[in-house]
Design a protein around this ligand. Structure first.
Ligand code: CP3
Length: 333
């Protein structure tokens, strides 16, 4: 069993495995090189040879314990034939949402759209470079996907007015998303994913009374489904204030925390394995400070099953040599 799975499945506390969200990305010159030649992000995600190569880029440089497949949570709406485009300096822009068209899609249509993602997972999990490392597959949580599909761009700080008005649309979409997210999870596992992470990047936008309908219930369904396939599932409900309640209801195998939550509170209130936490901006400071901040998390979770990671994705401005320092520092702790 690879170190991350040992922490999650066996609650092991004597090892400090590490992987970093967005570890394959713009802070790496070799990624920017491939990206320059491939301006269409979706096409790049659908090129199995290139996306598996990008997935392995950080593994070649650093002693990370997981390879997270180079893809995007928005491949799901793409697979449902909603237009998805990534605009430089703006982010994702989605096309018109046509519910009747989406309702007619079946599993074969979806797989036809995104099957190269599964081939990439297969290539990565079979590669010698990932021996004794976990291959991580992922999905966006239903709520976060709903946000992108209805809002049609990043909500940044707020949802567009009237977001919740069309109750029929929202409920139909949640049902459809559940069906295709389960399929997407199953196909990733069949292709070699040994862990699934569920990203709920916009969980923090909701008031508490909305959480059961939009976050807890739909995510719990996916967590139970993933566990039923015998694979651990890490949830990342970014910005949620009450991680304790979330863990008690959704019951993920491990919880990934953001950088706004106090790790001491997490240690006190949460019994399941924990991942992440450190602010990605710390990696833009000096080594002494990085060591101090990373050790804060390692000290707090010394006797708790813990996977080192950041509290959100690594920033594009990060120097690769800083990542090298961090990985070595965590391994030597
Ligand atoms: O290394 C990895 O972590 C694996 C690959 C990965 C990407 N996106 C690649 C990517 C993963 C796990 C994601 C998840 C994702 N995508 C989330 C959840 C995590 C989070 O950041 O909150 C979300 C919300 C998205 C949607 C998305 N994709 C946005 C908002 C953007 C534009 C903003 C940005 O960060 O660039 C993307 C583009 C994207 N996805 C890039 C990468 C490497 C940048 C593409 C580029 O311009 O080169």
């Amino acid at each position: 069993m690879s170190p991350i799975n040992k922490v999650i499945v066996n609650n092991q506390t004597d090892i400090n495995p590490i992987w970093i969200m967005r570890q394959a990305g713009r802070y790496l010159p070799e990624f920017r090189e491939v990206r320059k030649k491939n301006p269409d992000f979706i096409k790049l995600c659908l090129n199995s040879d290139l996306s598996s190569e990008i997935t392995l880029q950080p593994i070649k440089r650093f002693d990370l314990d997981a390879a997270i497949i180079f893809s995007d949570i928005l491949m799901l709406p793409y697979g449902l034939k909603q237009h998805v485009e990534f605009k430089k300096n703006i982010g994702p822009i989605l096309g018109e949402l046509n519910l009747s068209k989406i309702s007619k899609l079946d599993e074969i249509d979806f797989i036809e759209m995104i099957h190269p993602v599964y081939k990439a997972i297969n290539l990565v999990s079979k590669n010698n470079l990932t021996k004794n490392k976990s291959t991580i597959g992922f999905v966006g949580a239903p709520w976060t996907l709903l946000v992108y599909m209805i809002n049609r761009q990043s909500p940044k700080i707020k949802l567009k007015d009237g977001f919740f008005d069309d109750v029929f649309l929202i409920n139909r979409l949640l049902t459809i998303l559940e069906k295709f997210l389960k399929l997407h999870i199953k196909k990733q596992i069949e292709s070699g994913a040994e862990i699934i992470q569920i990203f709920d990047s916009w969980a923090g936008l909701l008031e508490e009374k909305m959480l059961p309908n939009y976050v807890y219930i739909p995510t719990l369904n996916l967590v139970e489904y993933t566990k039923s396939l015998g694979v651990p599932v890490i949830c990342f409900p970014r910005g949620i204030k009450d991680y304790k309640n979330y863990c008690e209801i959704v019951k993920p195998s491990a919880i990934c925390i953001d950088y706004e939550v106090d790790p001491l509170e997490i240690l006190k209130n949460i019994k399941i394995p924990v991942q992440g936490g450190m602010d990605p901006k710390i990696l833009l400071t000096d080594k002494e400070n990085i060591k101090k901040e990373a050790e804060k998390y390692l000290d707090i979770f010394k006797d708790h099953p813990y996977i080192f990671n950041l509290g959100h994705g690594v920033l594009p401005e990060t120097n690769p040599s800083t990542m090298d320092y961090l990985v070595k520092m965590v391994k030597d702790y």
